[in-house]
Design a protein around this ligand. Structure first.
Ligand SMILES: *Cc1c(COP(=O)(O)O)cnc(C)c1O
Length: 370
């Protein structure tokens, strides 16, 4: 008992976790703040979703439906999926954690990419596993780099497609090539948080790969294009075996009623979805062109945000740009924690926010050139 501590000590791995730091939401000394730091939709949720959430709030004394049956059925109808193979979560973060809890333990490894979503790393560590980082090529997931890191200890591979914070995507052929070379015991997680935004012909969220295999899971969220981030609602589509495991370990009431009701209403409002997507594609293109015209390097994005590079040798680095923007009320995301100290991630905002962003960066760049 000589190693006994006088106070509780978390299991190995927990204290190795770097706490997730969300995008900032405020700035001091400015009257109006434009939050472009969390990839939220500038158009907000569908009015029908708001109404559904408000109606559900009147009955919050009752436990939610633990099976989230009506929402799973609505998702099934909308995407042509078997509701029995869908599990819902308190945001897709909930599901990303459950996957690691179910499939990763001490001595196991989980793979994520160099600039991959940090929740994957935290989920692997929280489960007691070891995160293994696969380098990217041109800020893009590199299938061969992932495959080179697969060992008999590998239990899970997480890929966001499109990826956050880079905005890049992998063509479906590459995802299929990755899957074809992965051992059958490895769970391949395809995180489609930004799937709605990806419009390229060679892109697929991967539904058919899930349907045809026992080791591929797709996660989706209502936090981004559907505008329900505060309600915490996401879902996974997976093989029966994986869905069964997730259902055994998830919180029995992990999805609240206002969230599931709002999600059902969101799915029905296709016009709102269409206008949100139109807004995004128009302004993503405008922002990309405008920022490039200022001499900034912009990674091509398939999502609702841009990775903008500020080479430190120009004299004004990402930190200076971040501070310059924040002082004028434009809040963007520093991504040093993602291995990108010389870049900022900037969400597509309202027209007003987008124009202010570009005007402010023009001023910032002008100072660089003086
Ligand atoms: C925003 C985001 C999610 C969604 O998280 P929720 O928990 O559903 O809000 C998942 N994956 C990535 C890569 C994201 O950027």
């Amino acid at each position: 008992m000589s190693t006994a501590s006088t106070r509780p000590v978390p299991k190995p791995g927990v204290l190795a976790i770097d706490t997730y730091v969300p995008g900032r939401s405020g700035a001091t000394g400015v009257s109006k703040v434009y939050k472009l730091s969390s990839n939220e939709t500038p158009l907000g949720p569908s009015p029908a979703a708001l109404e559904a959430a408000r109606a559900a709030i009147n009955h919050i004394e009752a436990y939610p439906d633990g099976g989230v049956t009506r929402l799973r059925e609505a998702i099934g109808r909308r995407f042509g999926l078997d509701p029995a193979r869908i599990v819902c979560g308190a945001g897709s973060d909930d599901i990303l954690h459950l996957l690691a809890q179910a499939y990763v333990g001490p001595g196991d490894e989980g793979i994520l990419t160099e600039h991959g979503f940090l929740v994957y790393k935290i989920a692997i560590q929280a489960a007691g596993g070891t995160p293994v980082i696969a380098p990217e090529t041109n800020f893009t997931t590199d299938v061969d780099a992932i495959l080179a890191r697969v060992t008999e200890r590998t239990k899970i591979v997480y890929i966001a497609n499109p990826n956050n914070p880079t905005g890049t995507y992998l063509p479906f052929d590459e995802i299929k090539r990755l899957h074809a070379s992965l051992p059958g015991h490895v769970v391949l997680v395809l995180d489609g948080a930004y799937a709605e935004y990806a419009r390229a012909n060679d892109y697929s969220a991967g539904t058919e790969l899930v349907s045809e295999n026992e080791n591929v899971v797709l996660t989706r969220t209502f936090s981004k294009v559907y505008g329900l981030a505060a309600l915490r609602i996401g879902w996974a589509y997976g093989p029966a075996g994986i869905i069964d495991s997730l259902n055994r370990i998830r919180g029995p009431f992990n999805v609240n009623t206002p969230a599931s009701e709002a999600a059902i209403a969101s799915l029905a409002d296709e016009a709102h979805l269409a206008s949100s997507l139109t807004h995004n594609s128009e302004w993503l293109e405008w922002l990309t062109g405008s920022l490039k015209a200022l001499g900034l390097e912009v990674t091509p994005s398939a999502a609702n945000f841009l990775l903008v590079h500020f080479p430190p040798e120009t004299g004004k680095d990402a930190q200076a740009a971040d501070a310059f923007l924040a002082a004028r009320g434009v809040i963007v995301r520093a991504v040093a924690a993602y291995g990108l100290p010389h870049a900022l991630r900037i969400s597509v905002g309202t027209e007003e926010a987008n124009r202010l962003l570009v005007a402010t960066l023009a001023e910032f760049q002008g100072q660089v050139n003086d």
